[in-house]
Ligand binder design. Sequence first.
Ligand code: BGC
Length: 417
Amino acid sequence: KNCDVSRKEIGEPKKHLLKSTKELLQSCELVLLNSGVLQGYNTTGITGACKIAPVKMLRYELKENIIMKMISRRDFLKASAVVGATAAMTACGGSSSTSTAASSVAASSAAASSAAATNGSANIGVCIYQFADNFMTLYRSDLEEYLKDMGYAVTIVDGKNDQNTQTEQINTFLQQGVDVLVINPVQTTSAQTIVDTVKPSETPIVFINREPDKSVLDSYADKCCYVGADARQSGTYQGELILETETQGDINGDGKITYIMCKGDPENIDAQYRTEYSIKALTDAGKEVECLYEYLDNWDQTTAQQDVANALSQYGDKIEVVFCNNDAMALGALQSIQQANRTVGKDIYLVGVDALAEAVQDVLDGNMTGTVLNDDVGQATAAAEATKLYVEGSKVEQYYWVDYVKVTKDNASEYVK
Ligand code: BGC
């Protein structure tokens, strides 16, 4: 299309985004950002300088100078439509109903950030299923920061992995008259009860991280949405990480991939999909697989450490791959692997999900085969944006999805937090 395209490595988005964007805006007519990274920041001073079209694109894959190729035609047209719309409205206003979920959250950012000042503050109640969860700790601190940056009063409570505790907390928030609830349910099977409890007050709910059934969202239409990541993608990436190894997962060359699986909370769709799709990626590639055992480790490092220690002594060299539904469990598995004098990359493979700082370092050091970025920044950003849309009474989509990213030794340095 005869466009001059340049790319800019943003580095750590939280720190460098605004500066980098500003620099780009001085030389470009159009800046394409991945989904919504600008939200939650005070963009005054840069939004006026250029039409900003935050589009959903592959955030971390701007490796070569082929940005335009990586944005699908569909996304590009949508981006152009958003630019057109914002230009026409001069105030960078409306979200486009035809844009993807993520980009429509993103598209509303300019309007949202300017409106926060005029609308005044709002009270947001955030229920986290359990503070003692590594990934949710990152997520909640991002979320708190973004909501506060938007000018809201935020209260975050710890459900302590107990649905009764969380239900009481929700009732307290309702009594206090919060404007929006952000809920990371302890049990997704309780999501309908939560909605039924909240509904009479008409308080909007942003469900995060643990996906309720669609019927739950439908039962509170226009007042309830889900922000998350499609766990099938993370599972598939885990399988691909194994297929990309030198032996394609078959270390002993017997024609099949023999593995154990450390699973998260069985009720959680992330755990179910990661378990299923990591193996599906192998079988779809024509591989024969053998599962030695699936351990119920509830996302927990210590439990996984013990189970993997037992597995290693029971099955020994038979184990070629340890799949873990998250990094916390992978870190526990690694402790046992090292204690058993096994070496990742040589006589065993190990993969997790989340890209926790420690796990990314282990990938860099070769102690883990790979992990998958569970984008806490992207999800917290989208959750904060959806909250803002509710506060403003704007249209909110039913689902907001944030992409996972495969993390290997080659790109791990980009994810060191
Ligand atoms: C994360 C896990 C976390 C779980 C909590 C998952 O998406 O990968 O690390 O324990 O969410 O619900």
